[in-house]
Design a protein around this ligand. Structure first.
Ligand SMILES: Nc1ncnc2c1ncn2[C@@H]1O[C@H](COP(=O)(O)O)[C@@H](OP(=O)(O)O)[C@H]1O
Ligand SMILES: [Mg+2]
Length: 292
């Protein structure tokens, strides 16, 4: 007999399910922050990573049991697999790529709202390299007009162009080495904030015009945010303009540009002019391939 969940989660489509999951994990993280407080930031970070990972993987196991999962908090998540020994996800049709707590540092600082939960679904059949087909970024410490926690999915509108200098979101703690030069070249402003998901969502809502990162990141840091950005008609690519590819044997995906489409060429040109070393592993092609 088919199991029918009382809360109806097995009837949700993948996008609605991703949003629901991000919201559930976000509520658990908010409760944890309230219970535990900020006296021991390291303990709070660990507890947050663990609780959200457990909640997400338990829910995925229950409602999407046939699917593979790539989570930052899995023991072998960072392993680069070789041909001889493969993770299950490398042969799976459907892989949930999740970051249970992005912006962990900010999560452990009182008063900060720039941390997020990332839930994305990648499908092999979505393109020649597979593609992202659903994604949600939950920002549990930020609220909607009716007081609920803010969760962005793939149905956001494209923000209109803004006047004034280009505002570029960058990491608070590990901005790309070329940011000062980039800002000078474009007469732009750097806007530091935590969490890759929060920065991409800031582009989607028009709070900033672009997010640039380089120097290190993994697939889970950008998969769900990039699904949200592509769904809103944004440009998303590596910093040399090549496509972002997910569910690779090596999960490192160290650089990223997300911006309004009209800014992609000027930003990619300016990044190249800084003389930054371009990603050797990137392949050429259309950035749109990432969203199936
Ligand atoms: N140089 C680097 N190497 C590895 N991961 C990095 C990195 N810079 C940023 N990240 C990761 O990208 C996410 C967003 O970073 P930031 O808030 O600095 O913009 C964080 O994820 P987690 O919080 O999930 O670890 C962080 O660990
Ligand atoms: Mg992360």
């Amino acid at each position: 007999m088919r199991h029918v969940a009382q809360d109806g989660t097995d009837r949700l489509d993948d996008q609605a399910f991703a949003e629901w999951l991000a919201g559930r994990a976000g509520a658990a993280l908010t409760a944890l922050r309230d219970q535990q407080g900020f006296a021991d930031p390291a303990a709070l970070k660990d507890a947050g990573d663990r609780r959200s990972h457990e909640l997400l993987t338990t829910a995925l196991g229950r409602w999407r049991p046939a699917d593979a999962v790539l989570s930052e908090e899995q023991a072998d998540a960072r392993r680069a697999w070789s041909a001889g020994e493969r993770a299950d996800r490398l042969d799976a049709e459907r892989v949930w790529i999740i970051d249970p707590l992005d912006g962990t540092r900010e999560f452990s600082e009182a008063g900060r709202t720039d941390w997020a939960v990332h839930v994305a679904l990648w499908r092999r059949s979505a393109g020649p390299d597979g593609g992202l087909v659903a994604g949600a970024v939950g920002m549990p410490a930020r609220t909607t007009l009716d007081g609920g926690q803010l969760v962005l999915g793939t149905g956001c509108p494209t923000p209109p162009p803004a006047d004034g200098p280009i505002r570029i979101a960058v990491s608070r703690s590990r901005p790309p080495a070329f940011v000062d030069e980039l800002v000078q070249l474009l007469d732009a402003q750097a806007v530091p904030m935590g969490s890759a998901g929060v920065k991409v969502c800031a582009v989607v809502t028009g709070e900033v015009d672009a997010y640039v990162h380089a120097g290190g990141q993994y697939e889970w840091d950008s998969a769900a945010p990039v699904a949200v950005a592509l769904g809103a008609g944004m440009h998303a690519s590596r910093i040399d303009g090549s496509p972002l590819r997910y569910n690779r044997a090596d999960p490192r995906l160290p650089d990223l540009l997300v911006c309004r489409p009209d800014l992609a060429d000027p930003l990619l040109d300016a990044i190249a002019r800084t003389g930054v070393e371009m990603p050797a592993s990137a392949v050429t092609g259309s950035p749109g391939q990432a969203f199936g």
